[in-house]
Design a protein around this ligand. Structure first.
Ligand SMILES: [Zn+2]
Ligand SMILES: [Zn+2]
Length: 390
């Protein structure tokens, strides 16, 4: 078991960064190959340019996509790879042209750190759909080519600091707890955006399939928007939790009678399950002109949908993918106004591999957050395997 865990880490961990000319070394936790456990690494962050913000990271949420990415399950990735795109911290430096942020501000970074800014999607404030220009396209927070900053690979938030263009930095209202706000940057916006797009408000009947990291946020956000919420889960083991999160109804999806009773009772269903599953039973719960929005993204195809179910009540089957920068800010402000944040379990750096196993097993209520103060000092670490790091 010991090789699945990180070596014990030294207790003294200040978020100070070490300056050494053109870049600064910070400590991080990341993967060095597809099949080895995560481990402490030292990475380099660029010196801030005129438009950049330096963020001393306090907390980073663990997203299921981190596991898929670092294990190379979605696509081939370059190592070392430091995951993490649910980042909350404090501004420690700003570039000369940055006016929106000052030192000490609490800020966040989600799934994007850059995009082309000129394509139709970027002009519409939908940077997550950036189609790019001659220079490049959208830049993910980790594992993407950072073409505007030397062409190295971006490295994510399981690290002491990050340097990000101010246009991609979010303000995190201080009324929100910093640690439980971190998952809003991915799980929050992923569920907020489709609820908003569907016009969810007072009295809308919302269904949520699966009560995990995404599902629990969908319940809280839909309730805060004034909806009545039905949770679908395979067993009744999460019925009490669903009620505590604010759900009005709970349906055991493996029970055909319970599913039949829910027929045509909902306006919007948010499907958060990231494994292939039959959709027809959920499509049948949707009333005329309603929609099922897929936000859980299985690696394998889903079973086919029966078009008759779609036609019979003009039901739409659609998807949604995170959100743009402006909408992510709107979501954070909405969460502050309504007191919404994630249910979290805080972990230290030495627990990260165990947390990954528990995420894969679905054993988390409902989001792990890494306490960045538990990372070791960069001086005690080897540089990350000679790769160019941005
Ligand atoms: Zn994510
Ligand atoms: Zn673009």
């Amino acid at each position: 078991m010991s090789q699945d865990r990180l070596e014990p880490l030294s207790a003294a961990a200040s978020p100070e960064t070490a300056h050494d000319g053109a870049a600064r070394r910070v400590s991080a936790v990341g993967g060095v190959s597809a099949d080895e456990p995560l481990r402490p690494l030292a990475i380099e962050r660029r010196e801030p340019g005129a438009r950049d913000v330096v963020i001393e990271i306090e907390y980073c949420g663990l997203c299921h996509s981190d596991v898929h990415m670092v294990r190379g399950e979605w696509r081939e990735v370059e190592y070392p790879l430091v995951p993490g795109h649910e980042i909350v911290g404090r501004v420690s430096e700003v570039g000369a042209d940055v006016t929106a942020f000052g030192i000490g501000d609490r800020v966040g970074v989600g799934c994007l750190v850059d995009s082309c800014r000129t394509c139709e999607a970027c002009r519409d404030g939908l940077e997550q759909f950036c189609s790019g220009n001659e220079q490049g396209a959208g830049v993910g927070t980790y594992g993407s080519v950072d073409y505007r900053n030397g062409g190295g690979r971006t490295q994510g938030g399981y690290s002491q600091a990050i340097v990000v263009d101010a246009d991609y930095v979010l303000r995190v209202p201080t009324s929100l707890d910093a640690a439980s706000a971190a998952p809003l940057l991915c799980a929050g916006i992923t569920t907020y955006a489709p609820l908003r797009r569907a016009g969810v408000g007072e009295g809308t009947r919302v269904g949520v399939v699966g009560l995990g990291g995404l599902g629990h946020m969908a319940v809280k956000l839909a309730k805060a928007m004034g909806a009545s919420v039905t949770v679908f889960s395979r067993t009744d083991s999460k019925a009490d939790d669903a009620g505590l999160l604010g759900a009005d109804h709970f349906v055991v999806s493996s029970d055909p009678d319970a599913m039949a009773a829910a027929r045509q009772s909902l306006d919007v269903v948010i499907d958060t399950v990231a494994a292939p599953h039959e959709l027809d039973p959920y499509l049948a719960t949707i009333a005329r002109d309603g929609r099922l929005v897929q936000v859980g993204l299985p690696a394998d195809p889903m079973p086919p949908v029966n078009p008759r179910i779609l036609a019979a009540q003009r039901v739409s089957y659609t998807g949604s993918f995170i959100g743009g920068i402006a909408e992510t800010q709107e979501m954070l402000d909405f969460c502050a106004e309504h007191g919404v944040s994630a249910q979290i379990e805080m972990i230290g750096a030495d627990e990260i591999n165990e947390a990954y196993e528990r995420m894969v097993a679905g054993d988390v209520a409902y989001r792990f957050v890494l306490d960045i103060a538990t990372l070791p000092e960069p001086e005690s670490l080897e540089a990350g395997a000679g790769a160019r790091l941005s």
